[in-house]
Each structure stands twice: as structure tokens, then as C-alpha cells.
Design a protein around this ligand. Structure first.
Ligand code: 5AD
Ligand code: FES
Length: 352
């Protein structure tokens, strides 16, 4: 059993690349029992048993990109496309605010229909109506000017998963117009502008090796993001990866615990993808050291159309039902769902 390495990770918050590799390659159930107990207690020290809720608004299923893993890729002719208007989005927020949400996450494909001006209007509209909320954007790669304009309009946070920190692996998951170099540049820019920034990756994506994961963890440790999103890769039937195997619950939980110990203060969601590969995946995620859940606030009519991967959960439920369901689920995992902006406790080092 790898007690020594796990204790080192717990006490120092870091390991060498070789130790990380060894920890992952030789992991056993007993290792996970110890690791997850340490990760959970670290999370309790930082945030108690609070679980922060973020309302996800999936505003557009159009995307100009062609990522090989994603159901929204432009070459997927079977994807149903939709766009929410500013009014639709504000209605989602109103519904969410009533349900206790104090963070709204606007996520969509890279869709040029939404100009910087339109996004600014949407952000300003949300902030004017609900001044005590945080706005998180998840809009993909944009220019520095655009990121800055949206920040100045009031956006607080930005999620942009790096997907993999290995450039060769990145190239096998994406068409050639997308590069890891540019992705990393965007992440750096977001941080410099002053966003609370989130990166992350899929667990078990095709061609991922333990070395790739070690690079992901090293990048995360060095970048010091305020948020990290990881979830299992799940194949989508209309993508080139339709025959690929899904990532496992076991490795995802293990990595959630490692990330909690590498970055004790990080905001770490138990993702919908985790709830999709296992009926109690999100509860298990919380027990492994996660402290965020992101229920869907999108209108029920469009939910099924935002299809990143197959069998996504919560596509038929109203937001209110998901909140109640999650409250019970979090309780069963020892967590308490809270009404709070839930800002990161990692300082934002604004450079500009
Ligand atoms: N399985 C799991 N996660 C996926 N994502 C996209 N497609 C899939 C898939 N097939 C994740 C990506 C992206 C986020 C919005 O969803 O990591 O950054
Ligand atoms: Fe959506 Fe349980 S969280 S139905």
C-alpha cells in the first residue's frame, strides 16, 4: 500500500512527477480509501461540508469547432441546434435565483451569432437584475480584447478546460486548427485579466496515458486555477470516438482526490458526466473531495439538444426538481447545499 506517498501528498501538497505516476499506476482500493479520506478532510478544513451550487445555462448548441469527442462538433449533422435569446437567458436566471442560485454559468458552443456586444448586454442584464450573483463564462477560446470586454461588463469567472496538457494528445482529440499552445495562451490571458479561472480535462479520453495525466496534474499545480473541472470521457454516438471506451468512475474519483490534495482551496465540481456513468457518481465525487455541483437551468425544451455525450442525466427534469434531488443526494454524502456565490479562496493575481 502506498501510505508513504499519500502522506507526503497530504502533508506537502505536492509530489514529483515520478511519484504521481507511481501513485496512479499502482493504485489499489486501499490506496483510494486512504487518499479520499485525506482529500475529504482537506476539503472540510477549507470549506467545511458546504457544497456550492452553480446554475448551468446551456445557451447555444451551435459550434464552429470540430472536436473529435464532442457531440456538438460542427460536422455532426444529427445534432439539433438551438440558441437562447437574452430574454430566455434572463428568465433562466430568474428561475434560478428563486431556487437559491447565486452563480450562473453561461456555457455554449463557439457560436459567432453571439457577438461581444450581445454577451456584454447579457452579462450586464444579469448583473443589474441580480447584483449579488457571480457570472461564470464558458464560451471557449476568444481574443484578449474579447475576454477583457466581457470581464469589464461584469463577468467574474471563466471555465476553459485545457482538455489535455500533452500537445501530441491534444492533437489527437482536436482538428489541426486547434492547438494546445493557443488554449494555454487563453488560460494565461484569462488569469491576467483577473478572472477566477478554471481549467480541466476528461478522464479516460482516447489515447490518454498515465504520462498525459501526470502532465495534466503538473499543469494544474503550476497554473493554480481557482476551479478545476474533470469528468469521465463518455462516447457520443455521432462522433469519430463513438466506439471508444468511456473513462472510469474509479480513476475519476481517484484523480478528484489527488487534485484536492494538490490544490486544497480549489473549487472542484462533481460533474454531470460523473453522475452519468454512475447513478451515485456525484455523491461519490463529493466524498472524494469535490465541493461543487452544477445543475442545469436551461429550459427543459432544449436540454436534450445540448448533447456533448450519450445518456446525459437530468435532461427531463425541471431545475427545481434537480435542486431538491441534489439536496438529498448531497446530504446522503454528508454535504450541505448552500446559497452562496461560493468564491474561490485562491487569490486572483491580476496582472493588468
Ligand atoms: N465526454 C465527456 N466530456 C465531454 N466534454 C465534451 N465532450 C465530452 C464527452 N464526449 C467536456 C469537455 C468540454 C466540456 C464542456 O465538456 O471537456 O470542455
Ligand atoms: Fe437532476 Fe437528480 S439532479 S434529477
Amino acid at each position: 500500500m502506498q501510505t508513504e506517498i499519500i502522506n507526503k501528498l497530504y502533508w506537502t501538497g505536492d509530489l514529483t512527477d515520478e511519484e504521481l505516476k507511481q501513485l496512479i499506476e499502482n493504485r489499489t482500493e486501499e490506496d483510494f480509501a486512504l487518499l479520499s479520506q485525506k482529500a475529504r478532510s482537506r476539503c472540510d478544513e477549507e470549506y467545511g461540508n458546504k457544497v456550492y451550487m452553480r446554475g448551468l445555462i446551456e445557451f447555444s448548441s451551435y459550434c464552429k469547432n470540430d472536436c473529435l469527442y464532442c457531440g456538438l462538433r460542427r460536422s455532426n449533422r444529427n445534432a439539433e441546434r438551438y440558441r437562447l435569446s437574452k430574454e430566455d437567458i434572463l428568465n433562466c436566471c430568474e428561475n434560478g435565483y428563486r431556487l437559491g442560485f447565486r452563480t450562473f454559468v453561461l456555457q455554449g458552443g463557439e457560436d459567432a451569432f453571439y457577438s461581444d456586444d450581445l454577451f456584454c448586454e447579457i452579462i450586464e442584464g444579469i448583473k443589474k437584475k441580480f447584483p449579488d450573483t457571480a457570472v461564470t463564462l464558458s464560451l471557449g477560446e476568444r481574443s484578449r480584447e474579447s475576454f477583457k470586454g466581457l470581464f469589464d461588463a461584469g463577468a467574474d469567472r471563466y471555465l476553459l478546460r485545457h482538455e489535455t496538457a500533452d500537445s501530441e494528445h491534444y492533437g489527437r482529440l482536436h482538428p489541426k486548427e486547434l492547438t494546445l499552445e493557443h488554449r494555454m495562451e487563453c488560460l494565461k490571458t484569462l488569469k491576467e485579466i483577473g478572472y477566477q479561472t478554471g481549467c480541466g480535462f476528461m478522464v479516460g479520453s482516447p489515447y490518454q496515458t498515465v504520462d498525459c495525466i501526470v502532465k495534466d496534474l503538473r499543469f494544474i499545480k503550476e497554473f493554480q486555477p481557482q476551479m478545476v473541472g474533470i469528468g469521465p470521457f463518455i462516447p457520443h454516438k455521432d462522433t469519430p470516438f463513438k466506439e471508444e471506451k468511456a473513462g472510469t468512475l474509479e480513476l475519476t474519483l481517484f484523480l478528484l482526490s489527488v487534485i484536492r490534495l494538490l490544490l486544497p482551496k480549489v473549487l472542484l465540481p462533481a460533474t454531470t458526466a460523473l453522475g452519468t456513468i454512475d447513478p451515485t457518481g456525484r455523491e461519490k465525487g463529493i466524498k472524494a473531495g469535490a465541493n461543487v455541483v452544477m445543475p442545469n437551468l436551461s429550459p427543459v425544451g432544449v436540454r436534450k439538444k445540448y448533447s456533448l455525450y450519450d445518456n446525459k442525466i437530468c435532461t427531463g427534469e425541471e431545475a427545481a426538481e434537480c435542486v431538491e434531488c441534489l439536496r438529498r443526494r448531497m446530504q446522503s454524502a454528508g454535504g450541505e447545499l448552500v446559497v452562496d456565490r461560493g468564491d474561490s479562496r485562491i487569490a486572483v493575481n491580476k496582472v493588468l
